[in-house]
Design a protein around this ligand. Structure first.
Ligand SMILES: Cc1cc2nc3c(=O)[nH]c(=O)nc-3n(C[C@H](O)[C@H](O)[C@H](O)COP(=O)(O)OP(=O)(O)OC[C@H]3O[C@@H](n4cnc5c(N)ncnc54)[C@H](O)[C@@H]3O)c2cc1C
Length: 445
């Protein structure tokens, strides 16, 4: 026989970690399990650098908006308590640093993960979810992992993070030579074996600039070509008024707004979180290019207003045809590798109407006239017959419905955990009249 969990969380990044904390602190759903595909989860580990860049690459979030503080400032899982318990408190205050260093924050998250190990199974790459009918009571969900292990639960919470956004020209071309920022550290380690002479970095976001800086320090003999469609790297909008999109009240207002209003807000707020860079890293890059010029050399090449017209990949490299809008001239350049620092996509955008993991549940999902999945304010996916099955919840994947403060940001993970737990409880109340589900199922049922 196999245990039936009340909740299975898929993915153990900040979103589901915050949920696990809330469950523990509120004494709710103690019979829960989180499945994480990494053997040792590290927060955005593919973009965590090991050289000096780390010391000036700080996170973009005030640490009071950590995994728990906005929901429960007295929690043992706060960033402040991490500093305290790890002997870092006084030195950290001495740095007068509002936003912590990225590796410091990654260590904070790893420290929390270690405290929650009891609820976590690592190296579980979830491949498949299906409805698992019961003779009596609501159906269960069966979750299958790449290693062949299976788990059963009443409710599911998907916290798998957002999917890479890949320019259409590059679709199907992923290889050791063409890779997205979400594989940066792994792919770079492979690439270093080939002593690359020329690398292209596509995109003008914070990550693009960080990658350019990192490449220039890690591979000092490699020429780095930054290919951007804009005239220059845009500056992030950090206005306190615009930053109110990271308030919980904004989530309520946005969720209830019509599509036209949502589009209007998104256009305004875009540069708070996307396709834009912090001033400190832009100044650093500018100084680096100036310093090189001063010494009669050039390592970083900026291709402004440049479109990529064609891509050809072979085992030794990548040919790009570039088109310079300013001069109206094309050029053909061969690179050893191309890094796509092109960001991430949200459910409901770029034609992404559902998640691959929900494929087998398609028949249960309510959809709008345009085919969009329907998501409640409490992040529950709207199901056709909710009392016949447990809840399916999306944690950190609802930017299109809940707004920019809610998706690709750490700001609201703690309060979102509260909404999710309230939603699960509401679902249980609704299903209350149905017979209770089994506590165990046969493995081959
Ligand atoms: C480089 C980078 C830097 C960022 N910096 C900031 C910042 O400074 N401030 C900020 O507010 N936001 C930042 N963000 C936004 C980021 O989205 C959030 O910080 C946060 O990581 C989102 O948490 P999450 O749990 O939703 O997703 P993720 O952190 O992506 O975690 C998802 C987890 O699910 C696991 N997983 C995925 N699929 C499966 C599966 N099938 N089976 C099992 N496990 C699976 C993954 O291994 C991962 O551990 C940054 C994003 C990036 C890419």
């Amino acid at each position: 026989m196999h245990p039936v969990y009340d909740v299975i969380g898929i993915g153990f990044g900040p979103a589901n970690i915050a949920l696990a904390i809330a469950m523990e602190e509120k004494g709710l759903y103690p019979n829960s399990l989180f499945l994480e595909k990494a053997a040792n989860p590290v927060w955005q580990g593919e973009m965590l650098f090991e050289i000096s860049l780390d010391t000036y690459s700080n996170i973009q979030n005030i640490p009071f908006r950590d995994l728990v503080t906005p929901r429960n400032p007295r929690s043992r899982y706060t960033f402040l308590n991490y500093l305290h318990e790890n002997g870092l408190f006084f030195e950290h205050l001495n740095m007068d640093m509002l936003m912590p260093m990225r590796p410091d924050y990654a260590r904070y998250i790893a420290w929390v993960v270690d405290l929650l190990r009891e609820r976590l199974r690592t190296s579980c790459d979830v491949q498949h979810i299906e409805r698992w009918p019961q003779a009596e009571g609501p159906d269960l969900y069966r979750v299958s992992c790449a290693d062949g292990s299976v788990y059963h639960a009443r409710h599911l919470v998907l916290g798998t993070g957002r999917s890479p956004r890949l320019p259409e020209l590059f679709s199907g071309l992923h290889s050791e030579r063409v890779f997205h920022q979400s594989r940066y550290n792994t792919a770079l380690a492979n690439l270093q074996r080939h002593a690359p002479k020329r690398i292209a970095v596509v995109g003008s976001s914070q990550s693009a600039v960080e990658i350019i800086m990192h490449l220039s320090k890690t591979l000092p003999d490699t020429q780095i070509h930054s290919i951007i469609r804009r005239y220059a790297y845009p500056l992030k909008d950090t206005s306190p008024f615009m930053s109110e999109i990271f308030f919980p009240t904004f989530t309520d207002a946005y969720y209830n707004a019509d599509q036209a209003t949502k589009a209007r807000i998104d256009a305004d707020a875009f540069r708070t979180n996307y396709g834009a860079c912090d001033m400190d890293i832009l100044e650093e890059l500018y100084k680096q290019m100036y310093y090189d010029k001063l010494h009669g050399r050039q390592q970083i090449h900026l291709h402004r207003l440049t479109d990529i017209q064609s891509v050809n990949v072979d085992e030794q490299g990548v040919d790009l045809r570039l088109f310079d809008q300013m001069t109206q001239l094309p050029s053909d350049v061969r690179f050893d590798a191309v890094v796509l620092a092109t960001g991430f996509t949200n459910l409901g955008q770029d034609g992404q109407q559902s998640l691959p993991l929900l494929h087998d549940l398609e028949a249960s999902l309510q959809r709008s006239a345009t085919g969009a999945m329907q998501i409640g304010r409490d992040y529950r996916v709207r199901l056709n017959a909710p009392t016949e099955q447990g809840a399916v919840v999306l944690n950190g994947l609802c930017e299109s419905s809940h707004g920019m403060g809610d998706g690709g940001s750490l700001s609201l993970v703690s309060l979102r955990a509260d909404s999710i737990l309230a939603g699960l409880q509401a679902h249980d109340q609704l299903a209350h009249s149905a017979p209770a589900p089994l506590q165990e199922v046969a493995l081959d049922a």
